[in-house]
Design a protein around this ligand. Structure first.
Ligand SMILES: Cc1cc2nc3c(=O)[nH]c(=O)nc-3n(C[C@H](O)[C@H](O)[C@H](O)COP(=O)(O)OP(=O)(O)OC[C@H]3O[C@@H](n4cnc5c(N)ncnc54)[C@H](O)[C@@H]3O)c2cc1C
Length: 372
C-alpha cells in the first residue's frame, strides 16, 4: 500500500495551493464573487473530473479530492469552495456521466471553464431528507417535459445558468422509478430564482429558491432513473466536497498554530490547554484526510461507494465543526474576543452537518449498510 501522491497529484496540489492569493479578499453574504469564480474557471476547477474532450481536466475521483482538499486549504472564501463543489460534483458530473452525447457537447464546456454556473435542485419546502414527499411534477410536452414546483436551498440557484432538477414523472411509483432528473435552462420562461437567502455561513455562496412554473426541461438519463443519478451525485459530493472541508480543517489548524506561536505560549508539558486541543485536532485532520482519500480511491475504481460517502460526510463534518469550535476557543483564550474570521469559519462548518444529507441521515444510511 502506497500513500504517496504521484508527481502529477503533487503538482496539482501545488498549483491549486498557489491559487490562494487570487482567491483572497472580503466575502459578502449571498454573493458569488465572479472574479474568484472565473480565476477557478481558468484552471478548470469547475471541470476537474469532467473528461477532457468536453472541456474538463479528466481527473479521477482521488485526484479530484486531492485538488479540492488543496482548494479548501488555500481559499478563505468557504462559500466559493462550496459553490465550486456543488457545481462540479452535483451538476457537471451527473451530466458527464448520464447525459446524451449532444447534452455533454452542448453543456459541459461552459460549465468546466466557469462561463456558466450550474446547480442541483432536489430539496423543496416540504421535502429534504424524505425524498418520498417530493412535490415537483413533470408533465410530458412532446419530446420534452414541463416542470411545476418549488426547489429550496439551491446552492448557486440565484446565479445559475442551468440546473439539474429532480421531479416526479410517475407519482404512483414514488422516489425509486417514479423520479426523473432533468436539465433546466434557468433563463428560460417558467423559471424564476429568488434572491439569495441571508445565510449565517458560506457567505460567498448564493443559495436560494428556484420556482418552476411550466419550465421546459429535458430528461437527464432515463425517465424514472432519477434516484440512481441522485445517489451517484451524492457519492461524489459526500466524498470530494468533504475532501475540500478537510483542507478547511487544515487551514484552521495552521491559523491556530500561528496564533499560539505568536503568543509565545509555554510548551505543552507546562500548559496542556490549548496545545493538547490542537494535538487532538491534528489527529482528527489526519484521520479525516485518510478516510476521504480512501473513499475517493474506491470511487475512482468504480466500486460501490455509498457507504464510503456516508462515512466520509459524517466524520468530516463533525470533525470540521470540532476544529472550528477549537479555533474559535483558541482565539478567545489568546485575544479575549474571537475574530470575525473565526465566527465565519464556525458558521461554515456548522452548515456542513446539514447539506448533502444531515448527520442523522448519514447515521441511518450507515446503520442500514451494517444490516441494522
Ligand atoms: C448551505 C446549504 C446548502 C444546500 N444546498 C442544496 C442544494 O444545492 N440542492 C438541494 O437540493 N438542497 C440543498 N440543501 C438542502 C439540504 O440538502 C437539506 O437541508 C437537507 O437534506 C435536510 O433537509 P430539510 O432541510 O428539509 O430538513 P428535514 O429533512 O426536514 O430534517 C429536519 C431535521 O430532522 C432530522 N430528520 C429528518 N428525517 C429524519 C429521520 N428519518 N431520522 C432521523 N432524523 C431525521 C434531520 O436530520 C434534521 O435534523 C442545502 C442546505 C444547506 C444548509
Amino acid at each position: 500500500m502506497d500513500f504517496a501522491l504521484t508527481p502529477e497529484q503533487e503538482a496539482l496540489r501545488r498549483e491549486i495551493v498557489a491559487l490562494g492569493s487570487e482567491l483572497a479578499g472580503e466575502r459578502h453574504i449571498g454573493e458569488l464573487d465572479r472574479a474568484r469564480w472565473l480565476a477557478c474557471g481558468r484552471r478548470k476547477l469547475q471541470g476537474l473530473a469532467v473528461p477532457e474532450p468536453y472541456g474538463g481536466r479528466g481527473l479521477d475521483a482521488l485526484s479530484t479530492a486531492i485538488a479540492l482538499d488543496a482548494l479548501g486549504q488555500a481559499c478563505e472564501d468557504g462559500g466559493l469552495v462550496f459553490s465550486v463543489g456543488a457545481h462540479l460534483l452535483a451538476c457537471a458530473i451527473p451530466i458527464a456521466t448520464f447525459g446524451s452525447e449532444a447534452q455533454k457537447q452542448r453543456l459541459l464546456p461552459g460549465l468546466c471553464d466557469g462561463s456558466r454556473v450550474g446547480a442541483h435542485a432536489l430539496t423543496e419546502p416540504d421535502a429534504g431528507s424524505d425524498t418520498a414527499t417530493l412535490q415537483t411534477r413533470a408533465e410530458p410536452d412532446g419530446a420534452q417535459f414541463r416542470l411545476f414546483g418549488t426547489k429550496r436551498f439551491v446552492t448557486n440557484g440565484p446565479v445559475a445558468d442551468l440546473a439539474v432538477v429532480f421531479a416526479s414523472t410517475t407519482a404512483a411509483k414514488g422516489w425509486l422509478g417514479g423520479t426523473t432528473a432533468f436539465v433546466v435552462d434557468t433563463h428560460a420562461p417558467g423559471v424564476s430564482a429568488s434572491p439569495a437567502h441571508a445565510t449565517l455561513g458560506l457567505a460567498g455562496a448564493a443559495i436560494g429558491d428556484l420556482v418552476l412554473d411550466g419550465a421546459i426541461a429535458e430528461p437527464l438519463g432515463s425517465v424514472g432513473g432519477g434516484a440512481a443519478i441522485f445517489a451517484h451525485a451524492m457519492s461524489w459530493e459526500r466524498i470530494c466536497l468533504f475532501a475540500a472541508h478537510v483542507g478547511a480543517m487544515q487551514q484552521l489548524l495552521e491559523r491556530s498554530l500561528g496564533q499560539l506561536r505568536a503568543a509565545r505560549r509555554p510548551r505543552s508539558e507546562a500548559a496542556p490547554e490549548p496545545t493538547h486541543r490542537l494535538a487532538d485536532r491534528k489527529a482528527q485532520l489526519e484521520a479525516a484526510r485518510l478516510l476521504a482519500y480512501q473513499s475517493a480511491w474506491r470511487l475512482s475504481r468504480g466500486e460501490q461507494a455509498g457507504l464510503d460517502g456516508s462515512l466520509t460526510k459524517l466524520f468530516v463534518s463533525e470533525a470540521w465543526v470540532a476544529a472550528a469550535e477549537d479555533a474559535w476557543a483558541v482565539e478567545k483564550e489568546l485575544a479575549g474576543v474571537p475574530s470575525p474570521a473565526a465566527d465565519a469559519a464556525l458558521c461554515d462548518a456548522l452548515a456542513s452537518r446539514i447539506y448533502s444529507g444531515t448527520s442523522e441521515i448519514q447515521r441511518k444510511l450507515i446503520a442500514r449498510w451494517l444490516g441494522l
